[in-house]
Design a protein around this ligand. Structure first.
Ligand code: SF4
Length: 677
């Protein structure tokens, strides 16, 4: 049987696969992200393609409906709301799981035709702080590094990143590099001991949000020991004096580390030319996430350690297509093709290309704000695409109530029952992974094709087509008359060409003549290219910017800091990974990690039930007593939903606190009380 080349639908590593309709899954030896490697989740994908639990027909008010009736109703309700209450009364909330073509069409509809930027996605929960940090430092949302840098570095610093479980194939690549070259040093900066810590030469167990104090301390050390690259700073970077001055006001002991640990880390970093700093959700999911990103970027800019082989900051994205979404404007505060929504010339150019009647002129509502606007009655029609905010957003009970308050809700889904789908007036059955075609971009800017290797079941349709068919019914058929994802992709590339006058990182000229069906995994602007080693940035004066970062003071609140994260073998709310029996065997039920001293103080024994609670909700979880989690902290995985485990799911405990710059929720930083059940 011939197998189809496609890409894993889970994490941002973007591994290539060979897949067949009988469930055969192999790693693609030719894909440059994984060279044939897979992790447990990817290897079990063949167990997830059955039709049990699938949504196969449209539903209106819970009953089977014809596609035409469902699409007519969505178009009518959106049109009515826009006519009666204006374009900002409607919203789309989408997903880093959908493909670039789906994202492109949804953004074109909302920003260019509805005239509102109220389109945000669950990528806001993933890497919005990295986007904001990149834009502040570089003038654009650019990931400078490529995966090969992990093999070429002499020091890899993993900050807030449990790579072993969340980006396992990158962890495999680093493990192999260290086995081949033991001199490669690895430092893990994380309040928890994780599976990743086992690979590290040094574990820096910071306090929650201690990262800014740590990297400010490093910057001050670099300045005080004459380890800055003054030539690079002079020609290519603004703001270094102010950043260093602010860093010197920080007490690095506020990170929670000892002076000995700090001295050793600072000396190692300063003394190693080839440093890659990898950061992920532990940095991003914080009320200070953007500042933490810039504290890291400051150190790399100050030493010119950027964009060179084995030498860069590196944000690794959680989701399979968070990067592709960013490319086509998949957040409420950006425009397609890395153009700026605040820039009137950018807006005019995109509008002219789309020949659209309007263009959103300011940022729309970001995820948490969007659902608060639902609760307040501002949103009259909401369309949720391929995500489950009623259980995945912070204060999820509050979000579920907010969705109920919206007069009309459409949900595009592959599953018949989800917590969000159950609140919908209209359910639109979407084709899923393996059933549809499109592209995704992984964490190193590499575009790969997701290809269908099975027919779309029942009446399911790809998201780009569903959105186009609603747009046509709203009167914009000429602009949404796509007959294939290849046409959508070609328009995305053409938009890049049409806006080339605006200098920026995203250059898709290498994709202008491609054979879409046979596209091999390709990086933009071209394979193997890093950014910024030449000192050319995208602020108006061509320079980068270092930001003065005020590190937050550690706070003793007398409660527990609640940290959420992932298990090795599950993905998000388990809508796909939960179908694979072998994945369920790893950690089968919800649990809370609690330190032995705290457990003793609370008279909690191994396996006892504990109640976690705060003003947003309550959750009863099995105690897992371990010093992997530090004292006065408690960790729980995020996967279980209200439907799966009504008393034991956890996003009802996450506070709807967001980073003021990026709008990303602080999902790792809520406060809870813990009691024996
Ligand atoms: Fe899929 Fe990520 Fe595992 Fe690769 S590392 S197989 S992309 S889940």
């Amino acid at each position: 049987m011939s197998l189809t080349k496609t890409v894993c639908p889970y994490c941002g590593v973007g591994c290539g696969l060979l897949a067949g309709p009988d469930g055969t899954i192999k790693g693609d030896p030719d894909h440059p992200a994984n060279f044939g490697r897979l992790c447990s989740k990817g290897a079990a994908l063949g167990e997830t393609i059955g039709l049990e639990g699938r949504l196969l027909t449209p539903k209106v008010a819970g009953r089977d409906a014809a596609w035409d009736d469902a699409l007519d109703l969505v178009a009518q309700k959106f049109g009515d709301a826009i006519r009666d209450h204006g374009p900002d009364s409607v919203a789309i909330y989408a997903s880093g799981q959908i493909l670039t073509e789906d994202y492109y069409v949804a953004n074109k509809l909302m920003k260019g035709f509805v005239g509102s930027a109220n389109i945000d996605t669950n990528s806001r929960l993933c890497m919005a702080s990295s986007v904001a940090g990149h834009k502040r430092a570089f003038g654009t949302d650019t990931v400078p590094a490529i995966y090969e840098d992990l093999e070429q570095a002499d020091l890899i610093v993993l900050v807030g990143s449990n790579l072993a479980w969340c980006h396992p194939v990158l962890h495999q690549r680093i493990s192999a590099a260290k086995a081949a070259r033991p001199a490669l040093k690895i430092v893990n900066v994380d309040p928890r001991k994780t599976a990743t810590t086992g690979l590290a030469d040094q574990h820096l167990r910071i306090l929650p949000d201690g990262d800014a104090a740590l990297f400010n301390g490093l910057l001050a050390h670099l300045a005080d020991t004459d380890a800055l690259d003054h030539d690079y700073l002079k020609h290519h970077v603004n703001g270094h004096s102010e950043a260093v001055e602010q860093a010197r006001l920080t007490n690095p002991l506020d990170s929670g580390l000892s002076q000995e640990e700090l001295d050793s880390f600072f000396a190692l970093w300063a003394g190693t030319e080839k440093v890659v700093t990898v950061y992920s959700q532990g940095v991003n999911q914080s009320g200070f996430g953007t500042d933490k990103v810039n504290a890291i970027l400051n150190c790399h800019l100050a030493t010119g350690r950027i964009g060179k082989p084995g030498c860069s900051p590196f944000s690794v994205t959680g989701q399979p297509n968070a990067m592709g979404g960013r490319e086509v404007g998949g957040l409420a505060n950006i425009l397609a093709n890395h153009l700026d929504i605040e820039n009137p010339d950018h807006r005019a150019s995109v509008q002219a290309f789309w020949q659209s009647p309007t263009i959103a002129s300011e940022a729309g509502l970001k995820a948490v704000d969007l659902f608060q606007a639902c609760a307040s009655g501002k949103i009259k029609a909401l369309w949720v695409i391929s995500t489950n905010p009623a259980v995945s957003l912070p204060d999820a009970d509050g979000v579920a109530e907010a969705i109920k308050a919206v007069p009309f809700v459409a949900v595009s889904e592959i599953n018949a029952r989800t917590d969000t789908g159950d609140l919908a007036d209209v359910l639109l059955p979407a084709a899923g992974w393996g059933e549809k075609n499109g592209t995704v971009t992984n964490s190193e800017r590499r575009m790969s094709r997701q290809r269908a290797f099975m027919p779309a079941p029942g009446e399911t349709r790809p998201d780009w087509l569903i959105i186009s068919q609603v747009a046509s019914r709203m009167g914009w058929g000429d602009a949404f008359s796509y007959s294939s994802p290849a046409e959508v992709f070609a328009e995305f590339v053409a938009l890049s060409k049409a806006t080339r006058e605006f200098e920026r990182d995203l250059d898709l000229s290498g994709f202008e003549e491609i054979d879409y069906d046979n596209l091999i995994p390709t990086q933009w602007p071209k394979n193997g290219q890093r950014f910024f080693a030449d000192g050319k940035f995208f602020h108006a004066d061509g320079k980068a910017k270092m930001l003065p970062i005020r590190a937050p003071q550690p706070q003793q609140r007398g409660t527990f800091t609640f940290n959420t994260g992932r298990n090795r073998d599950q993905w998000h709310t388990m809508s796909r990974s939960g179908k694979a029996p072998r994945l369920g065997a790893h950690l089968a039920e919800p649990y809370a990690e609690i330190h032995p001293d705290d457990a003793a103080r609370l008279s909690v024994g191994e396996g006892d039930l504990v109640t976690l609670s705060n003003q947003y909700g309550t959750s009863v979880l099995r105690a897992l007593i371990t010093d992997r989690t530090a004292k006065q902290q408690v960790f729980a995985p995020m996967h279980w939903t209200r439907q799966q485990s009504s008393a034991s799911w956890i996003n009802n405990l996450a506070a709807p606190v967001v980073d003021p710059v990026s709008g990303q929720p602080a999902s790792k930083m809520s406060q809870v009380t813990v009691k024996k059940y």
